[in-house]
Ligand binder design. Sequence first.
Ligand SMILES: *[C@@H]1O[C@H](CO)[C@@H](O)[C@H](O)[C@H]1NC(C)=O
Length: 377
Amino acid sequence: MAFNHLSIRNLMLFGLLILSGVDDISGTTGSTLKAVSMLFRHGDRSPTMSYPLDPYHDYPWPGGYGALSPRGFNELFGSGLIKSTRYSSLLSINCDTDATCTMDLDKILVLSSAIQRCVDSVQSFLNGFVRVDWPSSLVNVIPQDQDEMLAAPGKPCPKYEDIITTGVGFDEPEFKTIIDFESTEGQELLDYLQNNTGLTMDSPIILLLLEDTLLIEKDNNLQLPAWTDSVFEQYLVPLTSAFFDISGSSEYTKIRSSALFRDMTTRLDNLIAGSDDQNILLYSAHDATVAGMLHFLEVRDQTVARPTYAASINVELHENQDIVDDYEVKLIYFASYDDQNPIEIDIPDCQAPCPYKLFKSNIQPRLTPDYETACSQ
Ligand SMILES: *[C@@H]1O[C@H](CO)[C@@H](O)[C@H](O)[C@H]1NC(C)=O
C-alpha cells in the first residue's frame, strides 16, 4: 500500500510543522511508551444553526449546518501528523525497497460519535496519522441511540439528560459573576438579545447556541451586526464558558465520562494482561465530551472550560524503571490541532511518576454505576 497523492500534498503542507521539531517521545534509544488513548474534539465546523434575524441566514456553508469544514479536515490531518511523530514507536510501519509501506492497523482502535463531523474528523486524522491506506471498517461508529460516552444526548438517560436542554437555569451561581439574570440588568440583556436575534431567550442553552453561531461567522470573516459589539465579548463568550463548566460537572456528564473512562481503562487493562494487543485508542467526539472528561479527571483548572477544535486529552502509559509491576501514566493536553508543545498535566493526588494502578484507584470512588443503572429513574 503506497502513500497516496492527497497525503503527499498534505504532507508538504504540514512538512514545516514536522521539520520544526516536534517531540518524538520515543527517542532513539528505545521507547518507554506502552500505549496511548486520545480523546479529541472534531475540527472546525459550520454553525449548527442560524437565528431568525441572522443577516447570514442564507450563507452557503459547505456541507450545510454542523458540517466539518475544509479547514476542519486539514486541522485533523495536521493533528494526525503531529501525533504520528509523537507516537511513532507504537506505529509499526514496514517499508520495502520500493518505498511501499504497510502498517499493522490491528493495533489501532477507532471509536467515533455518529455525528458526521466526528466521523469525517477521525478519518482525516487517520490519513495524517498512519499515512497508508486503511480500510473504512477501521472506524467504528457508535449508533447514537446506543452511545453512552461520545455524543450527547446519546442512549436515553431519563433521570438526568435534561441538563443539556432545560437543566441549566439562569440562576446558576457560575453565571452570577458575569451577570445576575435576576437583576434588572440581567433582564435587559435577555430582552436586548431577544429583540435583536428574534430568538426566545427562555433557557441559557440559547445563549450558547447564539454565541457559537456568532463566533463561527466571525471566524469566517463575516462581519457581525453592530448590536453584537456591546454583548459578544463581554457577556456571550464568558457565559458560554460558564455553561460548559456547569454542564461539564453535572451528574449526567459524570455518568458519560465514567462510561468512557471504564471503556478506556478496560482496554488498557486487557493490553497489560496480554488478552488484547490494541495499544492506540482513538475516541472522536465533541467539545462537551472532552470538557466532561477534564472535569471528571479533576484537571479543569489546568486546562480550559471549552476545548477548541481538535483539542485532545491523551492518556499515555509508559514503562518506568522506578515503577515495579506497573506503568507510569501521563496525562497530556493538546490545546489545539497544531499544538506541538502539549502540556503535561499534574495528576491530582498522584505524584509523577504516577503509577497507573494508583491513578485508577484514585478515580474509582468517583465512577458512577453503569449507565443503565445510573440513568434509571
Ligand atoms: C425590546 O423591544 C421592546 C419592544 O420594541 C422595547 O420596548 C424594549 O425597550 C426593547 N428592549 C431592549 C433591551 O432593547
